[in-house]
Ligand binder design. Structure first.
Ligand code: GLN
Length: 191
């Protein structure tokens, strides 16, 4: 399996390291900076960072078109990456790929809780809670019919899947737990 990590801005190195741990030698992990690299991928990670900046750079280099031209590509969007997957961004006018039938609100946890950590119950990853790091995180405010909600913080949706797309509001690349990356590779992206 060939996995790309979009390397325009944000948590690129951390995702490459986490993805390498998750594929355990059974795949190739590369940094993606050019549209020509997208065609050969099975899966793509869009990392956390600043969604406006990543979106602008995707458009500038034509990576948006390359991604949209490849509907079989599995995509894991984390934090800013989740915003870029969403059909609708409630509180800002900005670019997104609109591939998942979800609405998101940016920076949704408010000032004093802009960054926090939480133990999430994610049945798909097993019994052990997943330690999730939230940094000026979005929430998923609406999940359409084909969207499976995988985790919440209080009532807010923070992890969801639609077919070959996985969106999460937190930063799984910042902890040593590779279960979510592995779930993406083995369950979401696996042909
Ligand atoms: N607040 C950022 C945005 O809206 C996302 C934060 C992150 O990716 N850690 O783009």
């Amino acid at each position: 399996m060939k996995v790309g990590v979009l390397a325009l801005q944000g948590d690129v190195a951390e995702h490459i390291a986490a993805m390498k741990r998750a594929v355990r030698g059974k795949g190739n992990v590369i940094a993606v900076k050019k549209p020509e690299q997208v065609g050969g991928l099975d899966a793509l990670v869009i990392p956390g960072g600043e969604s406006t900046t990543i979106g602008k750079l995707m458009q500038k280099y034509g990576i948006d078109k390359a991604v949209l031209a490849k509907p079989e590509l599995a995509i894991f969007g984390t934090c800013a990456g989740a915003i870029l997957l969403a059909k609708e961004i409630e509180n800002y006018e900005q670019f997104s790929l609109k591939l998942m039938d979800i609405s998101v609100a940016r920076n949704a946890f408010g000032r004093q809780r802009e960054s926090f950590e939480a133990e999430l119950r994610i049945p798909q990853l097993g019994e052990k809670p997943f330690h999730a790091v939230f940094i000026r995180a979005p929430v998923i405010t609406r999940a359409g019919g084909g969207v499976e909600v995988l985790a919440r913080v209080n009532d807010a949706i923070v992890l969801a899947r639609q077919g070959r797309y996985l969106a999460c509001a937190f930063h799984p690349e910042l902890t040593r737990d590779s279960r979510l990356h592995r779930y993406f590779i083995e369950e979401v992206a696996a042909p």
